[in-house]
Design a protein around this ligand. Sequence first.
Ligand SMILES: Nc1ncnc2c1ncn2[C@@H]1O[C@H](COP(=O)(O)OP(=O)(O)O)[C@@H](O)[C@H]1O
Ligand SMILES: Nc1ccn([C@H]2C[C@H](O)[C@@H](COP(=O)(O)OP(=O)(O)O)O2)c(=O)n1
Length: 226
Amino acid sequence: MESVIVAIDGPSGTGKSSTSRAVAAELGLSYLDTGAQYRAITWWMLTNGIDVDDPGAVAAVCGKPAIESGTDPLAPAISVDGADAAGPIRTREVTSKVSAVSAVPEVRARITGLQRAIAAAAEKGIVVEGRDIGTTVLPAADVKIFLTASPEARAARRSGELKGREAADLASTREALIRRDAADSGRKTSPLAKADDAVEVDTTELTLQQVIECVVALVEEKRAGR
Ligand SMILES: Nc1ncnc2c1ncn2[C@@H]1O[C@H](COP(=O)(O)OP(=O)(O)O)[C@@H](O)[C@H]1O
Ligand SMILES: Nc1ccn([C@H]2C[C@H](O)[C@@H](COP(=O)(O)OP(=O)(O)O)O2)c(=O)n1
């Protein structure tokens, strides 16, 4: 079977990661979490004392860290300079700084290059999730999906995840999420946006299983039609 490239974009908490992993596993495709790459470079900046609110300082060093992403949907992995970074990239500190770092054009150019190389190397195809995959990274993707959900649903999903780790109440989770969406949608270089030819799926009232089935059906429809 020919390889297939699936781009899944959307704001935080819409189900991109869970959907992308399940679809890739079901269809035997590779998987790439591009948000994890932006989180990894942000974590490296923070641990190396770089002022992440200074775009010039971020741009000057953004070529330094070696960022490697695993592409097995059953065992997502990310390392920075050879060290496992899966845990530290999910802290609230990284989450609060990742939009500033990912808005820097030099950072985006570097990470976009890594993403395109990973997609090109995926023999059977790949599901790539992020914010600008359908618009900028892989504009020729075979299937493009843009996931949405109400801020209330997204905040409830996120604070459900944080419980016990970094407990956050629903209102502050919702505020932080809306702030990050605004920053990601408002930046100059490849903002969070739906590609004109992407299929928009509102997941507010759907179960994760329903979203997975919807995306698998769209990929199979595309494969059958060519
Ligand atoms: N349709 C859905 N209904 C309910 N919960 C969902 C749905 N999709 C995802 N979730 C849950 O919401 C949380 C965030 O999902 P995730 O896939 O990480 O979103 P994103 O990658 O878009 O930020 C996870 O705990 C996931 O299990
Ligand atoms: N393709 C991408 C993916 C993520 N980003 C940036 C913007 C996002 O706020 C952060 C973190 O993305 P991530 O997908 O990990 O965020 P959530 O899991 O949805 O909370 O990275 C980006 O600029 N471009």
